[in-house]
Design a protein around this ligand. Structure first.
Ligand SMILES: *Cc1c(COP(=O)(O)O)cnc(C)c1O
Length: 395
């Protein structure tokens, strides 16, 4: 196994550019090579048998040349080494999408007989649906962050939270959640914060999940997921991935690794614009509430006084589309799109108002974005009403 060299003093910005790429210069390369092979020649089938036995028994990353692309791919492995480095975990295991990553985690827990999950709303709509539907044979107890300990049973294999959460940007005190979990592994979906703003493993979370489709890729052109965790769980995840096949494509691995190089710069620049838009929205009489995390970031949610659908229909520069984390600004109505698969009752439990819009702020000029939002929001009320307050997560 190629391990990440221990150079703990490097900053995140440096790791974002160099992690997973340390050996390139020695290989005489500058850009990351993409290995598209599905299979690899080997003249020594006895040695292969031993390596496959070893993988089946342990789930350890194969040493030596790859065997088959569902088992191992060198380009994808570079992205995984970089993610482990950025999240500060032993290992990272990537998947075809964020949902494939979450499914694999749930399957590892269920395989060890721990089918019960404790989860806090809101979660991303499809994550909520996967747990609620029991499609993978898991059972869920929804609770609030203060009652996690009470909800844990002997068969609980996982506690799952998002912070800041999709789509309300509600925030949790991760250290308190870690304490409440006791010995039960905590999965934190860190898609919104990214390791630039928050490294849940440093607070004691054992499992950090990303929809890499969002900020890690950053350009809206690659689907992927990744779990950063300890090597023990990583071994289970590799075995599940090999057996179920939800692998990240090498081209996606390449694009994600490239996306990581600009992640800190993108998050910083997009967050500055987001904070300014929050300031303008909070002072606007057409807005009743603005949600923006204490942590900062480039996601903004707001509730409109009038019809949210007319805002979606009215934007011209901003793209009305689901997903997030791209270099261009996207807006969507969670009640209709990202959280449509969650019942209206459960949306309400999660604090997702039908008036809520979720905006992922990109790299455009702030005044151009404001101009577009301003005209999409429609005429201002004749008499100036009380300006909307910024609702901080947890309030
Ligand atoms: C999009 C998203 C997911 C699912 O990821 P996919 O890559 O679309 O499968 C999971 N969690 C959060 C917070 C998301 O925003």
């Amino acid at each position: 196994m190629e391990t990440t060299p221990a150079t703990p003093s490097r900053s995140l910005a440096t790791d974002a550019v160099h992690a997973g790429r340390e050996d390139l210069a020695a290989l005489g390369l500058h850009a990351t090579p993409i290995d598209l092979s599905t299979t690899y020649p080997s003249y020594d089938s006895r040695a292969e048998a031993a390596r496959l036995d070893e993988f089946a028994a342990t789930g350890a990353q194969l040493e030596g040349p790859p065997v088959y692309a569902r088992l191992d791919n060198p380009t994808v492995a570079r992205f995984e080494r970089a993610m482990a480095r950025l999240e500060g975990t032993d290992s990272a295991v990537s998947f075809a999408s964020g949902m494939a990553a979450l499914s694999a985690v749930l399957l590892t827990q269920a395989a060890s007989g721990l089918r019960h999950v404790v989860a806090v709303r809101p979660l991303y709509g499809c994550s909520d649906h996967l747990l609620t539907s029991g499609l993978l044979g898991t059972e869920v107890t929804w609770t609030d962050a203060d009652s996690i300990t009470e909800a844990i049973r002997p068969a609980t294999g996982l506690v799952m939270v998002e912070t800041p959460a999709n789509p309300t940007l509600a925030e949790l005190d991760l250290e308190a959640v870690v304490r409440a979990c006791g010995a039960v592994p905590l999965l934190v979906d860190n898609t919104f914060a990214t390791p630039v703003l928050q490294r849940p493993a440093e607070s004691g979370a054992g499992i950090v999940l990303h929809s890499a489709t969002k900020y890690l890729g950053g350009h809206g052109d690659v689907l992927g997921g990744v779990v950063a965790c300890g090597e023990d769980l990583a071994r289970e995840l590799r075995r599940v991935r090999f057996a179920t096949g939800g692998v990240l494509h090498p081209l996606a691995g390449y694009l994600l690794l490239r996306g990581l190089s600009t992640l800190p710069v993108r998050i910083r620049a997009q967050s500055v614009t987001a904070a300014e838009l929050v300031r303008r929205l909070a002072a606007d009489p057409r807005i009743t509430r603005v949600h923006y995390p204490r942590l900062g970031g480039a996601m903004v949610a707001f509730e409109v006084r009038d019809d949210p659908h007319s805002v979606i229909a009215g934007v011209r520069l901003i793209t009305p589309a689901v997903s997030l984390g791209s270099v261009d600004t996207l807006i969507q109505h969670p009640g209709s799109i990202s959280h449509r698969i969650v019942t209206e009752h459960d949306r309400r439990t999660g604090g997702i108002s039908e008036k809520l819009l979720r905006m992922s702020v990109g790299l455009e000029d702030v005044d151009d974005l404001w101009h577009d939002l301003d005209s999409a929001l429609g005429p201002r009320p004749a008499t100036a009403e009380r300006a909307g307050a910024v609702g901080r997560a947890g309030h």
